[in-house]
Design a protein around this ligand. Structure first.
Ligand code: G3H
Length: 496
């Protein structure tokens, strides 16, 4: 159970503590932030409302701890990460329970998130050992005008203090996808979890604590964005920000200083269905891609662009599958569970009502109870409807009937987003041409968009983000290359 057993240290009364200097602490603010359970819409947990002074202390400790961590042998860093991964997986049940209560993630998916996170940490440790131990050796005479008088040795050095800000929908997995690469590369890490998901994140951080990481190397600071948000992201001791979320990322990137940014900011993933597609396969992927975790994934299928000639068949099949989805509580592992906040539900409702007013065909009745929205397929959506362009981040999937593939590609590319997309066809040549034409970071052929497996490169074009993620890319993003040049008194050529 959350907050019990090995986790008793992380809670004081009914308020979870924050983590700094290797200890669990109460904020001097004396204030807390409530976490509302999306299902009951009542406060379920409370976390510390940390102060700017506490942020300063955390940053200073992170800076000091990083210096000695960078001197810790790579294999030892990897060993500790493997230990943390094992502890995390061992305690998957209480952590999954937090995910169920804080973000209404269906019970089985909540466990999967924790296990996937343990696997991600272990893979990161292994990949780090492989790629961080390698550098380059260059000689000067390949550049015009030079003799071979200079030998250049490059190595990979840490950036310093990494600020990690994960989103509510994967508060554990998208936190470790930043923590693992940061630590293996010799950086320290300050985590600011999302409010919904903070308690799951605090439990996850405790697994790193139990693994025995040095004091100050990892911190987890909770609180109100209005109080500490800008203060954290603009803090002079932060050397890199890795953020996943929505529009806040755009604001952060405008305010952040001259530091590397890794941003993943959502998507409007298009699913293009050609006339020769396997319609059953496409229908199952639309349901899985559009409705899993109630559509609250940046990689969810957010608009279906189907060729007119197969549209009736596709819509019929998707409609029937959507009708079979279970709707209810995350504890009962229903397919569709309440969306994260009342304001999210209101936003989704706004998109649905706009589509209704403008004449979309409702394949199911629109139904809402509190934060719970019944899954809904909207057919005959037109480009003048908001849902054709905006991300509902909820269980509503619009279908636009297209007359040509070019029309589909045009709609996909007219979006401000460019995260992922997918195309269904049996013709691999067409699939490649369409994939190349789609302005998105990834295109899936004959499958729904998805970030995983977690070592695949994952990136968004346009407003979907900055940089590339995936384990290897994240490690490489959190390092800098350092060159040492040996200058010889006279040219030296290796003789055959
Ligand atoms: O919500 C954003 C996530 O990066 C999506 O991850 O494709 O594994 O659900 P996922």
């Amino acid at each position: 159970m959350a907050g019990t057993g090995v986790f008793t240290d992380i809670i004081d009364g009914d308020i979870y503590k924050y983590y700094a200097d290797g200890e669990w602490k109460k904020s001097s603010s004396g204030k807390s932030v409530s976490i509302v359970n999306p299902t009951t819409r009542k406060t379920h947990y409370r976390v510390q409302a940390c102060t700017q002074e506490e942020v300063n202390k955390v940053m200073e400790s992170a800076k000091i701890a990083q210096k000695s961590w960078a001197k810790t042998p790579l294999w030892k860093r990897a060993e500790l990460l493997h230990k943390a991964a094992a502890i995390l997986k061992e305690h998957k049940t209480p952590i999954a329970e937090c995910l169920v209560k804080e973000i209404a993630k269906p019970a089985k998916d909540a466990v999967t998130e924790v296990v996937r996170s343990g696997d991600l940490i272990s893979y990161t440790a292994e990949e780090g050992v492989r790629i961080l131990g390698e550098g380059k050796f260059l000689v000067s005479d390949s550049f015009p005008g030079n003799e071979r008088t200079k030998y250049c040795l490059t190595s990979k050095i840490p950036l310093g203090v990494i600020l990690a800000i994960p989103p509510f929908n994967y508060p554990v997995n998208l936190a470790v996808s930043k923590i693992g690469p940061a630590l293996i590369a010799g950086n320290s890490l300050v985590l600011k979890p999302p409010t919904q998901g903070a308690v799951a994140a605090l439990h996850m951080v405790h697994c790193f604590h139990l693994a025995g990481f040095p004091k100050g190397l990892i911190s987890c600071i909770t609180g109100r964005g209005s109080e500490i948000g800008d203060f954290l992201t603009m803090h002079p001791l932060v050397n890199c920000i890795s953020f996943t979320g929505g529009d806040t990322g755009v604001a952060i990137s405008k305010k952040a200083g001259m530091i590397p940014l890794q941003m993943e900011l959502g998507g409007k993933d298009a699913c293009i269905i050609l006339e020769d597609a396997d319609i059953d396969l496409a229908a199952s992927n639309i349901v899985k891609g559009g409705f899993s975790y109630s559509g609250q994934r940046c990689t969810a299928v957010k608009v279906v662009l189907v060729m007119e000639s197969v549209a009736d068949e596709l819509v019929e099949k998707v409609k029937s599958k959507v009708g079979k989805l279970t709707v209810g509580s995350p504890e009962e592992d229903c397919d569709i569970t309440p969306v994260v906040t009342e304001s999210s539900a209101n936003y989704i409702e706004g998109l649905v009502l706009d589509a209704k007013e403008k004449g979309a065909t409702f394949c199911h009745e629109y139904k809402r109870d509190g934060n719970l929205i019944w899954p809904l397929l909207l057919d005959n959506v037109k480009p003048d409807m908001r849902i054709a362009w905006e991300e509902p981040f909820g269980p509503v999937v619009p279908v636009i009937r297209i007359k040509s593939v070019e029309e589909g590609i045009h709609h996909c590319n007219a979006s401000n987003f460019g995260l992922q997309g997918c195309v269904f066809t049996k013709d691999i040549n067409k699939a490649i041409l369409i994939s190349d034409a789609m302005e998105t970071g990834t295109v899936q052929i004959n499958s729904a968009p998805a970030r995983g497996p977690d070592h695949f490169p994952f990136q968004g074009l346009k407003d979907s983000g900055i940089g590339s993620q995936g384990i290897t890319n994240s490690i490489n993003m959190m390092i800098k290359v350092k060159s040492i040049v040996i200058n010889l008194p006279s040219p030296s050529y290796t003789m055959g």
